[in-house]
Design a protein around this ligand. Structure first.
Ligand code: DAH
Length: 346
């Protein structure tokens, strides 16, 4: 039997030497080591062996099985590698082929405007703050000198969610939040760009729009600071040669209050369709922080004064980029948005 096993091993080795394809390996495995294979067939005769011989033949059979199996496995690995190498060889990349165009997104004009405003004010030492869009009546109105029933609430049609919560109608709410959050009541210099909401649904207004708020509180802040700051801001944002005009106005949280017009950047002030022949375009609301607002939010109006301003991001973006329809800012037409993907847009 030993002879049989050895000659079977020899036969297997011969066959293994001639193997040319991976699938032949498995055939050899089945033929020699499988359940119906040659080794099993030989070992069936074990019963006829003496007790002494059985373990010896058993271990010889195991050895032979392992040897054959190892060679098969080695060859399998070899064939796999070879197949992989062949594949890699065939799949070499032709780097001279023209590539597919990669489409990149573009920055939305409103985000561009926000970033620019932030850069301007951060360079003047302002912090950039944010506040919740789902706001309380307290912060959106009451702490800004607009108690319940105040007629000026009608200036802003609001989306109330409950009696107490609404979608903020103005980023001015962040003025009150910043003052209240400042426990030490130290000076404040902040802007807050963000989304605002009003119940408007005509062709020129969107129910969601963007605003940026500014607030400065310190000792001895005067109207001159407000004028100087806004002049710097508007000129850097829209053009060096523009004129500013302060018109007295009314906002409940500022006293005195001003609306700020800028000389029409399309016609230079001569009068055109953009400025409705007036030569001026209204761009900002502003004023000196009302003493009552300071007081309500923990600042002593005898010691501190401040100015505030607010402006619409959508209008700024429209002016800056010559966009004529506000809806373009919100309908995400890629033909429109792609135009802001160019280096020369800034
Ligand atoms: N919140 C005002 C609005 O939405 C804009 C505004 C006006 C903000 C005057 C201010 C301000 O901070 O001082 O119409």
């Amino acid at each position: 039997m030993e002879e049989q096993i050895k000659s079977m091993q020899e036969e297997a080795m011969q066959e293994l030497k001639q193997v040319k394809e991976q699938k032949e390996l498995n055939e050899i495995r089945v033929k020699f080591l499988g359940k119906k294979g040659k080794l099993t067939a030989i070992l069936r005769g074990m019963g006829a062996l003496s007790k002494e011989e059985r373990p010896r033949i058993g271990s010889l059979a195991n050895e032979v099985r392992d040897t054959i199996e190892n060679i098969i496995q080695e060859k399998e690995i070899y064939f796999e590698r070879q197949a992989m190498e062949e594949k890699l060889e065939k799949e070499t990349i032709d780097i001279t082929l023209p590539s597919k165009k990669i489409r990149t997104g573009s920055k939305h004009p409103i985000n561009r405007v926000i970033e620019e405003i932030e850069d301007i004010f951060v360079s003047m030492g302002y912090d950039v703050m944010s506040g919740p869009e789902l706001e309380t009546d307290e912060y959106c109105f009451e702490r800004l000198n607009l108690p319940k029933g105040h007629p000026a609430r009608d200036m802003q049609d609001s989306f109330y969610i409950t009696e107490e919560y609404l979608l903020r109608t103005q980023t001015s709410s962040v003025q009150a939040r910043t003052m209240m959050a400042n426990k030490e009541k130290t000076p404040i210099r902040m802007i807050c760009p963000g989304k605002t909401y009003r119940r408007e649904d005509d062709a020129t207004h969107s129910h969601q729009f963007g605003q940026v708020e500014g607030l400065v509180i310190d000792k001895d802040i005067t109207l001159a600071h407000l004028k100087g700051t806004l002049e710097e801001f508007v000129k850097r944002m829209l053009g060096e040669n523009l004129q500013l005009r302060f018109r007295p106005s009314y906002f409940p949280f500022t006293e005195p209050s001003y609306e700020v017009d800028v000389s029409c950047f399309k016609c230079g002030g001569k009068g055109c369709n953009l400025c409705k022949q007036t030569g001026w375009i209204e761009i900002l609301g502003s004023g000196m922080v009302h003493p009552h607002v300071l007081q309500m939010n923990g600042y002593d109006p005898e010691k501190y004064s401040g100015f505030a301003f607010g402006t619409g991001l959508d209008r700024l973006a429209m002016f800056k980029y010559g966009i004529t329809d506000v809806r373009l800012l919100y309908t995400n037409d890629v033909r429109f948005l792609n135009q802001f993907n160019r280096k020369d847009v800034d």
